[in-house]
Design a protein around this ligand. Structure first.
Ligand SMILES: Nc1nc2c(c(=O)[nH]1)N[C@@H](CN(C=O)c1ccc(C(=O)N[C@@H](CCC(=O)O)C(=O)O)cc1)CN2
Ligand SMILES: NCC(=O)N[C@@H]1O[C@H](COP(=O)([O-])[O-])[C@@H](O)[C@H]1O
Length: 234
């Protein structure tokens, strides 16, 4: 940033959020971008939200915040009907079109945050986004290398009850084709207490998620802006 520029004049990094559910993590990220005391508020802004589920309350939260939204669904988008006997082809076309939707946005997002996005992204999506230089990160309620995939919290709780673990955690990682196995941005361990129920553990994990998604996004945005200033990326 040149000395004559204030942060208010510097273009904020446009973020796009992918979500499938209630959107509490999106809400936490939005709060951070709108809270002057939070460093993220001077660095980034959420410019679009996409969900694959029409009923996702996260879409309502985005609309209430006057953030543009898109609903993109495998069934209602006709992908499954077009390829009734080839679900892989249907998913490939769905992913390809999702990438086209994002690449056509103005402003084009620079960082995509998966915040409870419950769809595995294929190379048909990942490749064009990578070629466009758009970074993708994901919030996952487990530590790296543990409980990849869905119901990570439930599986961690079972492992705890079986005496196999005494802690779990939350991570933000970069998204690659291998689900939840991309490079770590950051993670935070969460102890599992003897008297924890699945519900009490889940509640504690969600509270940590709302912090980790902000810190993880902030780290990625800061690194990207520094790399831009150094001329390492366009
Ligand atoms: N290529 C990648 N795609 C996604 C990643 C990733 O790391 N690489 N992270 C996920 C988020 N996620 C866990 O953090 C996750 C979400 C969903 C699934 C999954 O099995 N989805 C099923 C459908 C499940 C459902 O609809 O309830 C599916 O896509 O067939 C696994 C992991 C986001 N995508
Ligand atoms: N594999 C990813 C995954 O399981 N993510 C989970 O989706 C929820 C989204 O909640 P939200 O819609 O309230 O943000 C989060 O709690 C997170 O644990």
């Amino acid at each position: 940033m040149s000395s004559s520029e204030s942060t208010s004049q510097v273009q904020k990094t446009p973020l796009l959020v992918l979500l499938s559910g209630s959107g509490t993590n999106f809400a936490a990220l939005l709060r951070a971008t709108e809270t002057p005391a939070n460093p993220l508020s001077s660095l980034a802004t959420i410019t679009h939200v996409i969900s694959n589920r029409k009923s996702a309350y996260g879409l309502t939260r985005a609309r209430d915040a006057n953030i543009p939204t898109t609903y993109h669904n495998l069934q209602t988008g006709g992908y499954s009907k077009k390829h009734p006997n080839d679900p892989a082809k249907a998913r490939e076309e769905y992913d390809h079109d999702l990438a086209d939707i994002i690449l056509a946005l103005d402003p084009r997002p620079e960082v995509i945050v998966c915040a409870g996005w419950m769809h595995i992204l294929s190379p048909a999506f990942l490749n064009p986004l990578e070629q466009a230089g758009i970074e993708i990160i994901n919030l996952h309620p487990a530590l790296k290398g543990e409980f990849d995939g869905i119901d990570a919290i439930g599986r961690a709780y079972i492992a705890f009850k079986e005496g196999k673990i005494t802690r779990t955690g939350v991570m933000v990682h970069r998204v690659i084709a291998a689900v939840d196995q991309g490079p770590l941005v950051l993670q935070q361990e969460i102890p599992i207490l003897e008297d924890d129920t699945k519900e009490s553990l889940e509640e504690r994990i969600h509270g940590v998620e709302w912090e980790v998604i902000v810190e993880g996004t902030t780290r990625v945005v800061k690194e990207r802006r520094e790399n831009k200033e150094k001329g390492l990326i366009a």
